[in-house]
Design a protein around this ligand. Structure first.
Ligand code: SAM
Length: 245
């Protein structure tokens, strides 16, 4: 199937992305578990281990495309309540679910929710010690612009971490994974949310995203130093890391 995402402009792409997440916001968390077989939890935990937020001293982190708060909650918990995390997302419906969850977990006082675009961050230069983005960058129409903004809002010595679907480097796993993503994921979406189309789009957006090396090059071009990546689950997901030095 084709829904012409390749030939739509950037504004149109963002509108479609927004529609997807408005539609799925309330079912987003359960869908993540179903679609990834719970693996998204393992990948997110690994990201937080890599970040290793300090357990004392003032430390501010920005989680972009933070959605319903999964990364931000983990950062606050790993810092034993020390970190201040700003959750930024372009979609008010996702942030609303995030706010409710934060209240229920008693984490709300460490979190700030901001509705804004990753391409135009409403913060001053050098505001944060760390910038995280999980399963978000591939939805952003102008990726170099978002990376430039990440670099701008970080302090010198600040850390950039990005978790995203990537290129599978094991042939057998790749075959299984393709079957799963093109057949099962839209069907699960259809059953759970009543609409398979948004999930067809999500799968398509994974295929179009640059592979590990090409994405690392974009991060370097944005000005980051010591750029590295780690594959998880045979490259289904990769964690990219960079520093503003
Ligand atoms: N980080 C969360 C997680 O890992 O569970 C949510 C990931 S969800 C797949 C992608 C999120 O990116 C959505 O909440 C969507 O609203 C957000 N998003 C899409 N385009 C964006 C943009 N231009 N700026 C900020 N957020 C954006």
């Amino acid at each position: 199937t084709s829904f012409g995402f390749a030939d739509v402009g950037e504004g149109e792409k963002q509108t479609r992305v927004n529609d997807v997440f408005h539609k799925v916001a309330r079912r987003y968390d359960i869908m993540n578990d179903l679609m990834s077989g719970g693996m998204h939890r393992v990948w997110k935990d690994a990201m937080i281990t890599a970040l290793n937020p300090p357990k004392s001293g003032s430390w501010r982190s920005l989680d972009v495309a933070g959605g319903t708060g999964d990364i931000a909650f983990r950062i606050v918990e790993a810092s034993r309540g020390n970190a201040d995390v700003t959750v930024l997302d372009i979609n008010g419906s996702m942030l609303e679910v995030g706010r409710d969850r934060a209240e229920k977990r008693g984490l709300a006082d460490r979190l700030t929710f901001v509705e804004a675009n990753a391409e135009e961050l409403p913060f001053e230069d050098g505001s944060f010690d760390a910038y995280t983005i999980a399963f978000g960058i591939r939805n952003v129409p102008d990726i170099p612009k978002a990376l430039g903004e990440a670099h701008r809002v970080l302090k010198r010595g600040g850390r950039f971490l990005c978790l995203e679907f990537s290129e599978v480097d094991m042939p057998l796993l790749e075959t299984l994974y393709e079957k799963w993503s093109f057949n099962a994921i839209p069907q699960i979406g259809q059953i759970v949310t009543g609409d398979g189309e948004p999930y067809r789009y999500l799968v398509e957006s994974i295929r179009k995203f640059p592979n590990q090396e090409n994405f690392a090059a974009l991060i370097r071009q944005a000005g980051f130093s010591r750029v590295t990546y780690t594959n998880y689950t045979g490259g289904i997901v990769a964690l990219h890391s960079g520093w503003k030095l």
